[in-house]
Design a protein around this ligand. Sequence first.
Ligand code: NI
Ligand code: MN
Length: 226
Amino acid sequence: MVKLTFYGHSCFAIDSEGKIILIDPFFTGNPQAPITADEVKANYVLVSHGHGDHLGDTIAIAKRNKALVIANYEVATYCQKHRVEAHPLHIGGGYSFPFGKVKLTIAHHGSSFPDGSYAGNPCGFLVSTGGKVIYHACDTGLFYDMKLIGDRNPLDVAILPIGGNFTMDMDDAAYAAGLLHPKVVIPCHYNTFDVIQQEPKEFKRKVEAETKAKCVILKPGESYNL
Ligand code: NI
Ligand code: MN
């Protein structure tokens, strides 16, 4: 079974037959985080880009759990410099790990580490595990190639940012859901900060009116079984 848990903002854990794949582990400083970085379990940590609300507690969590970081070359190298094991990938490339496959997809955004140094290109993730396919768009604006992602990879779940300001807003995210045509859409990257306030129920109404997907709103700490 595959279980998806939301930890607030853009952070999700995929529990696939006991292996935990954590994405964008922002706990310290995240007002939505239901647990602390010291409590979270992970076997793998996927990092979409260098911004503090995504790289977050990656180094501490990976060290404590002896987890493998999976990220682009620049983020993977940064983690290796901090004595964390990391597997570098790059956009369009994928690799089969013991739990399943991870492929990096494009994302239209920026990326630098908290000290301002270069962190390569930001990305989204396509994760195939336990017979399910999950797409996490991470931080991005709307792009038409989402159609390509959905057409080539029938998606069980698409996780989409809806907060606007730094990423797609709910109107663009609802359109994205149409391009991706997943079974289920889960919103993220909203209400963490003042400038990304959104009403997720309004997003759910839009998605279910405009597309065939079902929209599942998770509160931080809640899980959804695929
Ligand atoms: Ni960002
Ligand atoms: Mn962000």
